[in-house]
Ligand binder design. Structure first.
Ligand SMILES: Nc1ncnc2c1ncn2[C@@H]1O[C@H](COP(=O)(O)OP(=O)(O)OP(=O)(O)O)[C@@H](O)[C@H]1O
Ligand SMILES: O=P(O)(O)OC[C@H]1O[C@H](OP(=O)(O)OP(=O)(O)O)[C@H](O)[C@@H]1O
Length: 209
């Protein structure tokens, strides 16, 4: 039985390939630098490489059985899939950041720039705050620096981008890591193969909390 897997391109793939290899899955073809997007040479596991934001589209339509993607994406768009395993890699965190002179108490209806509008809206709603969200596609740090927004909700890992742009963290929201998610129907139809994969990845993922 073949399992089809959508892997988020970029950082996620780079960090997950060593785990898949350690779990005994031949995915050598994916580690070569190329523009290929679909890998079907392994009869047990077929892979497609997609933009992180598209993983759940392939999964929810049933085009793939499994998605491997950051929990940032799941928090922003997830609803129909089963989140089966935290791979404990690709770790970073959501933060609220701005220029050092930003005063969260003083700014009345904040303008918040982010790549994650739903997550940001939820965060402020839970704080009982009404904010205006500006959806940005990248280099989010520019928004408070240029005065377009009061603050940003984004992910940070090393903190280098914030530091180099003289931005300060005002709140830490939720932690982020790469997760394995499963299509509902696939979980019914391919249960043994899916559980076997989960079990092998559980054994090789980083063990710390
Ligand atoms: N420091 C980090 N910054 C951003 N994403 C990170 C970081 N560390 C881990 N990740 C994970 O990697 C994913 C983003 O990977 P990447 O930046 O390669 O993709 P992308 O943002 O779609 O790429 P691109 O910048 O080409 O559009 C996120 O969904 C997140 O889960
Ligand atoms: O804390 P750090 O280790 O510096 O990482 C954080 C940076 O990485 C991400 O951007 P990405 O590289 O995905 O580029 P983008 O600006 O195009 O989204 C994120 O949006 C931050 O800008």
């Amino acid at each position: 039985m073949t399992l089809t897997i959508a892997l988020a391109k970029g950082r996620t793939t780079t960090q997950v390939l060593p785990l898949l290899t350690a779990a005994g899955i031949d995915c050598q073809a994916l580690s070569t630098k190329s523009r290929r997007l679909i890998f079907t040479e392994n009869p047990d596991y077929h892979f497609i490489l997609v933009k992180a934001a598209d993983v759940l589209t392939y999964l929810n339509r049933g085009t793939v059985d499994i998605g491997i993607v950051g929990s940032d994406v799941l928090e922003e768009q997830g609803h129909q899939q089963f989140d089966m395993l935290d791979l404990k890699t690709g770790r970073c965190r959501f933060i609220l950041a701005s220029t050092p002179d930003f005063d969260p108490q003083k700014t009345k209806r904040k303008l918040i720039a982010t790549k994650y509008p739903h997550l940001a809206q939820r965060y402020f709603q839970n704080q009982g705050e009404d904010v205006e969200i500006i959806k940005i596609e990248g280099s989010v740090e520019l928004a408070p620096l240029t005065g377009m927004a009061d603050a940003i909700v984004d992910i940070t890992e090393t903190g280098t981008t914030l530091r180099e742009n003289n931005l300060k963290i005002f709140a830490t929201l939720t932690p982020v890591s790469t997760h394995l998610v499963v299509n509902r129907l696939a979980l019914k139809q391919k249960k043994p193969a899916i559980y076997q994969l989960i079990q092998s990845l559980q054994q090789v993922r980083p063990q710390e909390a």
